[in-house]
Design a protein around this ligand. Sequence first.
Ligand code: FES
Length: 138
Amino acid sequence: QTPTRRTFLGICLGGLAAAGAVAAAYPLLSYLAPPSTGSEGAKVSFPETDIPPDGAKFFDYRGSTGVVIRTRQGQLLALSAICTHLGCIVQWEKEKQDFLCPCHAGRYSPEGTVIAGPPPRPLAKLPFVVVNGVITVG
Ligand code: FES
């Protein structure tokens, strides 16, 4: 038996409905699935000389942003650069020797402690080592 025009249209509409359902479900499924950046556990390395005196180096870190600073006293510190208030990226203020969040004026000490504004928690510390002039974070 040859398919009728009605059967053919039914098959086409069914296919379109299935494609639409997949397209509609994809964002929800990708939201529910655990993030997979392919970089979990990844370490980041760069020369210690990348960090100027009193300065900072920002870098991509496990799908986020990290920062290593060198204080006036020469101490190196590695922190998450993600503000604990609403997730903006903090800026290093070399003159003031603290971090400023540009979104709501949160301020953090060089160690990441909250010193002003709405952030509820300190910046997360990142583990790091310095070997032969190379900093490895992670
Ligand atoms: Fe940083 Fe609000 S997001 S202070």
